[in-house]
Design a protein around this ligand. Structure first.
Ligand code: MF3
Ligand code: CO
Length: 248
């Protein structure tokens, strides 16, 4: 069932989104070679609690951490761990925040130290594909318009879009209807309505789009061992167009 949010609910989710964006800003300052993703996870949890919020992912379906931290060929839902990040790595930090009952969800891929131009291109294309999807999140458009905008751009740059994980409606719980595929055909799928709050979170692979699940039952990684990047925003669909709630 798709729920439509009131202006009051959207305003609360926007407050949460601002805090989440501020948290990503802090992460961008501390990410460097040598830091571990478990340290980043602790930092995030403390930052949220100090600001009156809670990490919604912790305890969700048994998930143990405040963040997902997906390194290099990991597509999503990587576990924070004690291995130090190395120069040239990429790492996606994903989190869902709860502030006064309003949720927001945003992932960002960070370059650790210096990455090659090729890797930087993957990050730029992935980020741009998110905004191309957001542009299509207009009242009256269909889900396929979002997916098509993302997929056609990503493929024109020689990369591929992961199909096994989608964006989603959000609030009052993390994953609500509808699912938002990052691929598709224009004019197909459900129509977007005023008051929907959704995430768009394309995962873009350097090589083929297939994913495989780790034995931990959570972490997905590329089958060819090549890199995967992801940028995610939570947004509200309004009559004046999409409003990004997690804008940094
Ligand atoms: N942004 C992530 C997603 O939509 C949040 C996952 S929460 C987790 O997949 F607990 F499942 F990790
Ligand atoms: Co999400």
């Amino acid at each position: 069932m798709i729920t439509l949010k009131s202006e009051r609910e959207i305003n609360q989710m926007m407050e949460t989104g601002k805090l989440l964006a501020a948290c990503h800003k802090e992460i961008s300052k501390i990410i460097k070679p040598g830091i571990t993703t478990i340290e980043i996870d602790r930092f995030v949890e403390e930052f949220l609690v100090q600001n009156g919020a809670t990490p919604e992912q912790k305890g969700y379906k048994g998930y143990q951490f405040a963040t997902c931290a997906s390194i290099n060929d990991e597509i999503c839902h990587g576990f924070p761990r004690k291995t130090p990040l190395k120069n040239g790595d990429i790492v996606t930090i994903d989190m869902v925040v709860n502030l006064n009952g309003g949720l927001a969800d945003s992932a960002w891929t960070y370059a650790v130290g210096n990455v090659t131009q090729k890797v930087n291109h993957l990050l730029e294309v992935t980020k741009k594909s998110l905004y191309k999807g957001i542009e299509q999140a207009q009242v009256g458009n269909r889900l396929g318009d979002i997916g098509h905008a993302i997929q056609s751009y990503v493929e024109s740059e020689g990369f591929s879009v992961v199909r096994d994980f989608t964006g989603h409606g959000i609030g009052p719980t993390i994953h609500e209807d509808p699912q938002i595929p990052h691929f598709g055909s224009p004019g197909k799928g459900s129509r977007l309505k005023e008051g929907m709050v959704i995430t768009i979170e394309p995962m873009v692979n350097e090589g083929i789009w297939y994913s495989q699940m780790d034995s931990n039952g959570w972490t997905a990684r590329t089958v060819d061992g090549k890199l995967s990047a992801q940028y995610e925003h939570t947004l509200a669909i309004t009559k004046n167009g999409p409003v990004i709630l997690t804008l940094q």
